[in-house]
Design a protein around this ligand. Structure first.
Ligand code: ADP
Ligand code: MG
Length: 393
């Protein structure tokens, strides 16, 4: 296999993917609950999941073993069904609009699935394995199928292995063939459950590059992974902890927390909204909360009598403020306002919860402590440079 060849564009000028409503999300999961029942009783694996994934995103889903990752993917693929809630994929409500056989046919045309253990049919060649979904979905002319399957094998660097049986090639190559098979019907969505869990780092890297290439061509890729190094390469990372999703702002703002601690913050934080330009905190105001920016931008302004306003910082989603005052038990050292360009959503954590959090996570305490030092130094220096007497030293 040629690991270095860049996958070619196979999807331009080809059959246009059917998109019932191209403006809507690729995946919309609403209030999904999944309860497994067995002799021992009931076990709630998904505890009310809400999640939207836009078209063209490359999303990783991470979580401890048993947290519900595969169960969540099986809701998206229609392999399993929720106990309650809705799953809308590519404009179709999977569980109200279709029965089991309808779902199965829909799946063949709308999504490609890649598993950790490839699941190629051992008695068929790689080429025949890739042609199988085309037969099943009855897509493409019979005569066209081998050519198209060969193009897909070339895309993943396997054209020379096309006639081999799965066991005659390496595990990395088997997974690449499984990806080619998943792309057989040119679905807009690729769903992969730990696709690199069984592979060496070179094969893993090649597969992630392939996914990146597919995303660049407009496909949506959702990948469950155990490997934290892969999440840096996706455009969005979803964390599931014990059947619930961690707020993505919390995960970005406080990355050193354990997943269950992130979930606790998610559950305790309040959401507040500000109009563009609105005041969030005034200088000298008593600060009793920790603020994480969920959307929009925030300006930190040094203002006061006899001085012009100096904007010392502009904070983006995932950044936070309020920690300086909470840790120094002080009043606000600056005023904070929503930037003029758009509305702001904040996640707000009360003082008590913030202090508990730092107690439970020394790493987070240390990292926030460093930011406090940095911000105080920066503010003093800005105040000095603006040649004004700065009263907070
Ligand atoms: P993950 O993929 O994150 O490791 P899973 O979604 O496979 O987790 O499983 C989440 C939990 O649900 C586990 O505790 C698992 O034992 C349980 N579970 C999964 N499938 C079933 C099933 N068919 N019947 C009963 N329990 C199940
Ligand atoms: Mg799993």
């Amino acid at each position: 296999m040629n690991m270095d060849s860049t996958p070619r564009n196979l999807f331009s000028n080809k059959q246009v993917t059917h998109t019932p409503d191209s403006s809507a999300s690729m995946i919309d999961i609403r209030k999904v609950i999944k309860i497994f029942k067995n002799a021992a009783g009931e076990f709630t694996v998904l505890k009310g999941i809400d999640l939207s994934i836009e078209r063209g995103q490359f999303v990783s889903i991470v979580g401890k073993s048993g947290s519900g990752k595969s169960t969540l993917l099986n809701m998206i693929t229609g392999i399993d069904h929720p106990t309650s809630g809705h799953v809308i994929v590519n404009g179709t409500d999977l569980y109200t609009a279709m029965d089991e056989s309808g779902r199965s046919l829909w799946r063949g045309k709308n999504l490609g699935i890649v598993f950790q253990f490839f699941q190629l049919l051992p008695m068929l060649s790689l080429l025949e394995n890739v042609m199988l979904p085309m037969d099943y979905a009855d897509m493409y002319d019979f005569d066209e199928r081998p050519k198209r399957a060969m193009e897909l094998l070339a895309l993943v660097g396997l054209e020379k292995q096309a006639s081999k049986l799965p066991l005659a090639v390496s595990t990395g190559q088997q997974q690449l063939a499984a990806i080619a098979r998943a792309l057989a019907t040119n679905p807009p969505l690729l769903v992969a459950d730990e696709p690199t869990g069984n592979l060496d780092s070179r094969s893993t890297d090649y597969i992630i590059q392939l996914f990146e290439k597919l995303v660049a061509e407009g496909k949506t890729v959702v990948m469950v992974t155990h490997d934290p190094s892969l999440t840096a390469r996706t455009t969005r990372n979803i964390i599931i902890s014990d059947g619930e999703l961690v707020d993505e702002t919390v995960a970005i703002a406080l990355p050193l927390l354990k997943h269950r601690q992130m979930l606790a913050v998610t559950q305790k934080a309040r959401r507040v909204h500000f109009a563009p330009g609105a005041a969030i905190l005034n200088r000298e105001q008593h600060v009793d909360s920790f603020f994480m920016i969920s959307s929009g931008e925030v300006e930190i302004v040094l203002d006061g009598k006899n001085r012009e306003d100096v904007t010392v910082a502009r904070l983006m989603p995932g950044q936070y403020f309020g920690e300086v005052e909470l840790l120094r038990e002080g009043k606000s050292i600056a005023s904070v306002r929503a930037a003029a360009e758009g509305p702001v959503e904040l996640l707000v954590l009360d003082r008590v919860d913030f202090h508990n959090l730092l107690r439970e996570s020394p790493l987070t305490e240390e990292s926030i402590g460093r930011i406090v030092q940095h911000r105080l130094t920066e503010n003093k220096s800005i105040a000095r440079h603006s040649k004004r007497i700065w009263p907070f030293s």
